[in-house]
Design a protein around this ligand. Structure first.
Ligand code: ADP
Length: 477
């Protein structure tokens, strides 16, 4: 099956006719071929987005809201098909794909509402014969570059508010998962969103990213991906002074104090760690457990891990799918090997799971004890189903360890002590803190990081700042 790119309302291939394969990570089957586009195709998409913007920015909020609502309704109608497509290209269990489609739709629902609340202001002037009017206007053409771990939600989280604000977009999905993006493009056309407002290009990331950061008609780049690529794109964007939103890597500490509700903490730890086979930027990376509850926590986690089923995400009962590609599983292996070499003990898992008839990309949910600060699991994103535990003695010490990372996306801790809860939450240098909560992501909250995890906030009313700019009129009367 060949699937094309969306440029100016038309489905087109790369000029050269070249394509690349999208592989099902669980089975190694070729799911589809997509265009191997580059800068020429992207330039055309930017032109289309720019021309479309000149009209789109003049539409009313109600018109935009109603089109976004239609897109959301079509996603709901096709939720099952979209979820299956996502599992085929990304590997996550079907139940998680369904959950992601619902999550993706929630961003469109929210954006459709928010479109109607992009208010300006009138400021009292300093002269009696003047008035100051503040307008909030769309920034213009937005480039959207997204990762493979949430192939649909990471797009709608940017697309919804961009459209709501009156911006048009050029989307470059990840090479591993372009099909969910293209399916969204089909639904955008069906919803009646005008040609050129939503464009999608797939292909060579360097060439596409190079054009998106150098063409002066692009006014904003919203990126979710690795810190390394984020830095590169930020450098490339400097000549054009592009507005940026950067949602980059994370390395979440997950702290369990001696006064935690242990059953709640263990349950949250499991969901937070093993969702999407540990391939989320806010998943727990470092478990810090108070020494007095260490044995209890490790035994709870061991038994819970024992109930997980690894396999093809389309199979009933599977809750841990494959890793996205070969590099991903090699990285997980190297992190576990490094921890072993440096003295950690692997209590559960610690090796690949080979399943007859399936690809060799499954890794056993793993529990490592005795993590130390020099181990790679302690400071690099593992992006796999590996929980590593270190025990601590004091609050002071553990907060220092938690903050020792270059990243600052999400942090979690469990305590029943209200004073400690607020004290620790305030001291954690992270954009998102789950206090007795392992799943803080939700549409109405300002998702985003600090330090090397980036800047900009997605979600809630806050996201509209990312796609709008202020203009004031000083009006002599
Ligand atoms: P991950 O580790 O999640 O794969 P990446 O940062 O490599 O994170 O990828 C996130 C997105 O960034 C993907 O869509 C990828 O194609 C894109 N990307 C990677 N390198 C570049 C680049 N040089 N320019 C533009 N986009 C890039």
């Amino acid at each position: 099956m060949q699937v094309n790119n969306l440029i100016n309302g038309q489905w087109v291939g790369a000029d050269s006719g070249a394509t690349f394969e999208v592989i099902n990570p669980a089975t190694d089957e070729v799911v589809a071929r997509v265009p191997l586009g580059g800068s020429t195709e992207t330039e055309r998409a930017v032109s289309a987005a720019h021309d479309a913007w000149l009209k789109w920015r003049g539409t009313t909020a109600n018109e935009r809201a109603s089109l976004i609502d239609k897109l959301a309704a079509l996603m709901r109608r096709d939720a099952d098909r979209l979820a299956r497509l996502m599992t085929a290209e990304q590997g996550k269990p079907l139940a998680e794909s369904r959950g992601e489609i619902a999550y993706a739709v929630s961003f469109l629902d929210w954006a459709a509402e928010e479109a109607k609340r992009i208010y300006g202001e009138i400021i009292p002037a300093s002269a009696p014969n003047k008035r100051i009017l503040v307008f909030r206007q769309p920034v213009g053409v937005c480039a959207i570059i997204t990762p493979w771990n949430f192939p649909s939600a990471m797009i709608t989280r940017k697309l919804g508010p961009a459209l709501a604000a009156g911006c048009t977009v050029v989307i470059k999905p990840a090479e591993d998962t372009p099909l969910s993006a293209i399916a969204l493009g089909e639904l955008a056309l069906e919803a009646g969103i005008p040609a050129g407002v939503v464009n999608i290009v797939t292909g060579d990331p360097r060439a596409i990213g190079g054009l998106l950061t150098s063409d002066q008609r692009v006014r904003k780049l919203s990126f979710t991906g690795s810190t390394e690529v984020g830095r590169l794109l930020m450098k490339q964007s400097s000549d054009n002074l592009l507005r940026l939103s950067m949602e980059l890597g994370g390395h979440a500490p997950f702290i369990i104090f001696d006064d935690a509700d242990m059953s709640r903490a263990a349950e949250a730890a499991m969901a937070c760690k093993f969702r999407n086979a540990g391939q989320t930027c806010i998943c727990a990376n470092r478990f810090y457990v108070h020494e007095s509850v260490h044995t209890d926590f490790v035994s709870r986690l061991s038994s819970a891990i024992g109930t997980l089923r690894v396999g093809d995400g389309t199979q009933e009962g599977v809750n841990v799918g494959p890793l996205i590609n070969d590099e991903a599983i090699t990285k997980v292996e190297s992190h576990v090997a490094d921890a072993r070499e440096k003295g950690a003990s692997v209590l559960v898992g610690g090796q690949r799971v080979r399943i007859k008839g399936l690809a060799d990309r499954f890794y056993a949910p793993t529990l490592i004890d005795g993590m130390t600060a020099d181990m790679r699991v302690h400071h690099e994103e593992t992006f796999g189903p590996v929980a590593a535990v270190r025990s601590f003695r004091t609050e002071e010490e553990v907060v220092e360890w938690a903050n020792s990372s270059q990243f600052g996306l999400a942090a979690y801790f469990f305590t029943q002590n209200a004073s400690r809860l607020i004290r620790v939450a305030e001291r954690l240098e992270y954009g998102i803190v789950g206090a007795n909560d392992g799943g803080p992501s939700t549409v109405q909250a300002p998702f985003g990081g600090v330090k090397q995890s980036g800047f900009g906030r997605e979600g809630g009313k806050y996201v509209m700042d990312e796609y709008t700019q202020l203009k004031y009129i000083s009006w002599g009367v």
